[in-house]
Design a protein around this ligand. Sequence first.
Ligand SMILES: Cc1cc2nc3c(=O)[nH]c(=O)nc-3n(C[C@H](O)[C@H](O)[C@H](O)COP(=O)(O)OP(=O)(O)OC[C@H]3O[C@@H](n4cnc5c(N)ncnc54)[C@H](O)[C@@H]3O)c2cc1C
Ligand code: FES
Length: 235
Amino acid sequence: MIRGAWGRDPLLPRAFSLLSAGPGDSAEILAKAVGRGTALLERALPGAELDVLGPLGNSFPDPHPDTVDLLVAGGVGLPPLYMQAAHAAARGQVDRLEMIYGGRRAVDLVLLREMEAMRLPLFLATESGETGDRGVVTKTLEARLDAHRGKPVRILSCGPNGMLWAVARLARDRTVPCFISLEEQMACGIGVCLGCAVPARSRPFRYVCSNGPVFDAADVLDAGAPAPEPPACPS
Ligand SMILES: Cc1cc2nc3c(=O)[nH]c(=O)nc-3n(C[C@H](O)[C@H](O)[C@H](O)COP(=O)(O)OP(=O)(O)OC[C@H]3O[C@@H](n4cnc5c(N)ncnc54)[C@H](O)[C@@H]3O)c2cc1C
Ligand code: FES
């Protein structure tokens, strides 16, 4: 959770994933400016002081010796999967991973050279068709699932929630284990304000900041109670 010395607007810190951590206390994030907080961060000058609370939350499961992990990243959902790949590369386990990475346009796909340098198998998709497959990243994921048919695979995914639910449904239909890193608006980041609750099967609610952000997709997909019927209008 990061907040600059920007007075009262915006009041709350903003959540970011770690792109890398270390050496020492240093860390990198990859931030996309979407609103006021991220725009202020983008304009921060070198040496500016920031309030940082973290690291918080959990991470994706470690690579498994007998399984290929399909890392499915959408846009700015790349950082935690990039970090997963960097750790695997450092341990000589990069052959157990594939990165399936999509964005609207070619300019949305970043750190490609760094991932190639890790020798990480890369499968790209852009909605514009400028780079990789033309279309949404789930289409490329389907093709990779077909290529691995009959072999043990898992899906680890991070990106916009709409994409994550589509990935989780695909995994459920193919009976593939799937872990998704959910995005929710956050206030405290430490499980106190209860502002980041998501319905789950294992408990009525799980909290994205403290129980997540990574969840077993089977626990949270379609876990919300159906909305109650609206009262009939008096005639
Ligand atoms: C666990 C987690 C990890 C994240 N990691 C990264 C990261 O590594 N890099 C990165 O660039 N962004 C990341 N985000 C998203 C980032 O927190 C939001 O983009 C940021 O809070 C927006 O703040 P803002 O003041 O710029 O925008 P606001 O002015 O608050 O909002 C601008 C627009 O963005 C939407 N929005 C705001 N916050 C969120 C949110 N948390 N999730 C989805 N939509 C939001 C608003 O609805 C609005 O449409 C992460 C979010 C979470 C929860
Ligand atoms: S952000 Fe406060 S409980 Fe999750």
